[in-house]
Design a protein around this ligand. Structure first.
Ligand SMILES: [Zn+2]
Length: 371
């Protein structure tokens, strides 16, 4: 069976759901068609004319990119501008362009986790929280004979997941009292007569996103005309993620040794930094790409050093005043490692049906002059 763009996107979005992305971010399918058959996918950080040429030469049907070439939307689509040229070639060659940007930054196993991984960080958590799982308690009263049927329906619809446990419910037996009024068709009891019925209250926890599905599943199998149920918001801490990461290296080392570790781990020859080379660093904050809007979060959380890209002069001065060491390893170098991870994800899921290739184009616009 052939593979469609939409099949691939459905799978990708299990890993990189839209809800992880920042509000204004332009992600998802940018050009092409959900219906297009895909035999070859090219994975890249950026899309420029060299990448398009590579895609066309390799007869690629779909490009998976981290940066959207139309992130800043052009005012026109004339093909004499860099963006216009890219758009023209994508459309002319019927290439589906799919973008995962801040959702790939935030995702478990995304840009920042990959960076934290290759540096060997432990006890890693998000530097800023962008998305948090919200839980609710759901309780429903059911007649004894329907206990199992309703338990099964709600847990199959997604209720009762706590960490790596599924089917978590709590059951309390008791008596339900009710009086059906005129015009009702009660499952048990008679109109205008008080009924006492042995019932079970099934309590469970669920992610608020599953509520509609769970409610529907319960209402479909519940025998009562008017089932009694509660939906209660909870403040329990669920899964959360966001941009950047913070964690610890194996042992405290000097900033100089950490710079060496960064160089080796991400394969760069030059690093810009602030701070005393002899000071020790242990708690490391990082954000792949352009992360200086979070340097105060890094400082507040007690990081010794913040690794990111695109650091500006005045920001560096401010961080230095705060006593937070900075390392600018470049936007490109701090995000590049995720490309292989994304390609492996696609390979793992589609290797029988599509070929996955990694772009060989170096899209870093900067070169580093050694003299
Ligand atoms: Zn970026």
């Amino acid at each position: 069976m052939s593979l469609k763009t939409s099949d691939i996107i459905r799978k990708i979005e299990q890993w990189l759901p839209e809800k992880y992305a920042m509000k204004e971010d332009k992600i998802g399918l940018i050009t092409g068609s959900f219906e297009k058959e895909v035999n070859k996918i090219l994975v890249t950080l950026d899309v420029n004319m060299d990448v398009i040429k590579e895609a066309v030469n390799n007869k690629v049907d779909m490009i998976f990119a981290h940066h959207n070439p139309f992130y800043v939307m052009p005012e026109t689509f004339v093909s004499d501008t860099p963006q216009g040229r890219i758009l023209k070639e994508l459309l002319k060659n019927d290439i589906s362009l799919y973008v995962a940007h801040t959702n790939l930054d935030s995702a478990f196993g995304g840009v920042n986790d990959v960076l934290a991984d290759i540096l060997g960080l432990k006890n890693v958590s998000s530097l800023v929280t962008g998305w948090k799982e919200r839980y609710i308690k759901f309780a429903v009263n059911v007649p004894l004979s329907f206990e199992e049927k309703i338990r099964k329906a709600i847990t199959e619809a997604g209720a009762g997941y706590i960490g790596n446990y599924s089917d978590c419910t709590f059951h309390i037996e008791g008596n339900g009292y009710f009086m059906p009024k005129q015009g009702t068709e009660p499952f048990l009891g008679k109109a205008e007569e008080l009924s006492k019925v042995p019932e079970v209250k099934i309590e469970t926890i669920l992610n608020i996103e599953k509520l509609d599905k769970v409610l529907k599943a319960m209402l479909e199998v519940h025998p009562y005309e008017e089932p009694a149920y509660d939906i209660i918001p909870l403040y329990n801490d669920g899964k959360k993620t966001g941009l950047g990461r913070i964690g610890y290296i194996q042992n405290p080392i000097t900033l100089k040794d950490f710079l060496e570790l960064v160089k080796k781990s991400i394969g760069v020859s030059d690093l810009k930094y602030t701070g005393d080379l002899n000071r020790h660093v242990y708690k490391i904050a990082l954000c792949g790409g352009s992360g200086m809007s979070f340097f105060k979060d890094a400082w507040q959380k007690g990081a010794d050093v913040y690794l990111t890209g695109d650091i500006k002069f005045h920001e560096a001065q401010e961080a230095k005043e705060l006593g937070l060491a900075l390392i600018d390893a470049g936007h490109y170098a701090t995000e590049k490692p995720v490309v292989e991870k994304a390609a492996n994800f696609l390979l793992l899921n589609f290797k029988e049906k599509a070929q996955v290739i990694i772009s060989k184009v170096n899209t870093d616009p900067f070169a580093y002059y050694k003299g």
